[in-house]
Design a protein around this ligand. Structure first.
Ligand SMILES: *[C@@H]1O[C@H](CO)[C@@H](O)[C@H](O)[C@H]1NC(C)=O
Ligand SMILES: *[C@@H]1O[C@H](CO)[C@@H](O)[C@H](O)[C@H]1NC(C)=O
Length: 400
């Protein structure tokens, strides 16, 4: 190889490398919605429930009663403390959390706070993120509430270097009751960065760890390259410590989780641009069965079982950088992040007995009416839209 060809070869490789990198970065910016304009869809028949502030997640009891349980905080607290987005200013937090579980009645549009009886004082309350419900099949009045709680470390000055002492709290209640009874706390080395919970029974569940590490320099660059994390299964049915195990490893930013019929678990990824369908195995590991690709950054997943099949609702952080910018001060100034919701319909195929997945956008708002939603929980023909740092909860009707 002469000097000249060598030089050309190098320049050629460099140009190819740069072009390749430009394509990758272009794809990332495209998914993050940098130039996306979100067209309105089903956002013209909505009402607000004022007072329900900074509720990251919500779950309906069922499709008849119109009762939903929400995990709520305040925008002030969200400015300081959201371990999932590396807001770790624990020294400024109140000693005892002001976060709470709310019970909303869609028919009266009224809500109340659920009193938590028996929570150990050392917990200093609940530090909420997501919420999950399990309803006893044998006694439909009996409900179990799961919340992941990001307790600040006892030496709060250590939060920026150690992250949160995150746990999963379990409470038992009766549908519609003013109070819930503390059952137990799951504090386990495998439950590092719990994000979303999918109940299996009243004492067992899957939980997504959104990040591999509680605190790590690479988290700043996760939109470009994310360190894969995992999904954990925990059984807290025994009298002693909960037994937890890795159910699925090497999962990129697993966020929302929801249980479906027949041991299926639906998982949204915040980075990968997809929803994954897992099948729970007899030994509780998860086997990947399907990927539904939608070019968005997803947060929570909710499931509605209808006579026609299973509908899965995915809330997209459709303009990701607006969402991150607004999160800096808990949504109180800065952009109003746009919202998009996608529905994936699961249908059984007659011939093969397998499943077929079809996705469509069912909700869009540029941030004017609904902003920064992290959850879209389906109730009949409505969506309950709640947000990590949204000022209030919104309910919008989906036109058929
Ligand atoms: C923590 O919060 C206080 C009060 O809002 C603020 O003055 C301080 O800059 C914050 N620290 C960090 C590291 O963000
Ligand atoms: C769990 O079961 C699956 C098959 O159902 C198997 O492939 C896997 O190796 C088992 N894992 C463990 C940890 O036992």
């Amino acid at each position: 190889m002469s000097f000249l060809t060598l030089k050309r070869y190098k320049v050629g490789t460099f140009a190819l490398g740069a072009a390749f990198l430009a394509v990758i970065v272009g794809q990332k910016l495209d998914r993050a919605g940098v130039t996306r304009s979100v067209s309105p869809l089903n956002n013209d028949d909505c009402f607000a429930v004022p007072g329900l502030e900074a509720c990251e997640d919500a779950r309906w009891v069922d499709q008849e009663s119109g009762l939903a349980y929400l995990a709520c905080s305040s925008r002030e607290a969200r400015t300081l403390w959201v371990p999932a987005t590396s807001h770790l200013n624990a020294t400024e937090l109140p000693t005892v959390s002001t976060d709470y579980i709310a019970l909303l009645d869609i028919n009266t549009r009224q809500y109340k706070r659920v009193r938590l009886d028996g929570l150990p004082p050392a917990a200093n309350g609940i530090w909420v993120h997501a919420i999950e419900l399990y309803r006893s099949p044998s006694n439909p009045n009996k409900l179990t509430i799961f919340v992941n709680s990001h307790r600040p470390p006892s030496d709060r000055s250590l939060a920026p270097t150690q992250g949160a002492d995150s746990v999963v709290e379990i409470f038992d209640t009766e549908v519609g009751s003013d109070s819930a009874r503390y059952v137990k706390t799951i504090q386990h080395p495998l439950v590092r960065t719990p994000n979303s919970i999918a109940a299996v029974t009243d004492r067992s569940f899957y939980v997504s760890n959104d990040h591999r590490h509680k605190v790590h320099w690479s988290r700043k660059f996760e939109v470009l390259k994310s360190n894969p994390s995992d999904i954990i299964y925990c059984d807290a049915s025994g009298s002693g410590e909960a037994q937890c195990m890795v159910a699925a490893d090497n999962v990129i930013y697993p966020n929302g989780l929801a249980s479906g019929p027949n041991g299926l678990v639906y998982q949204a990824s915040t980075i990968e641009g997809l929803m994954r369908v897992w099948q729970a195995q007899p030994n509780h590991t998860l086997a990947a069965v399907e990927e539904v690709h939608i070019n968005r950054h997803f947060d929570n997943v909710h499931v509605a079982v209808t006579p026609k099949g299973v509908d899965i609702y995915l809330t997209a952080l459709t303009k990701l950088f607006d969402f991150m910018a607004a999160g800096k001060d808990g949504g109180r100034s800065g952009p109003r992040p746009a919202v998009e919701v996608f529905r994936v319909r699961e249908q059984s195929e007659k011939k093969s007995g397998g499943k077929k997945y079809r996705s469509e956008r069912v909700f869009g708002d540029s941030g004017e009416i609904v902003m920064g939603s992290t959850t879209a929980a389906p109730y009949q023909n409505k969506l309950l839209l709640t947000g990590l740092f949204s000022k209030e909860v919104m309910v919008c009707t989906l036109k058929q």
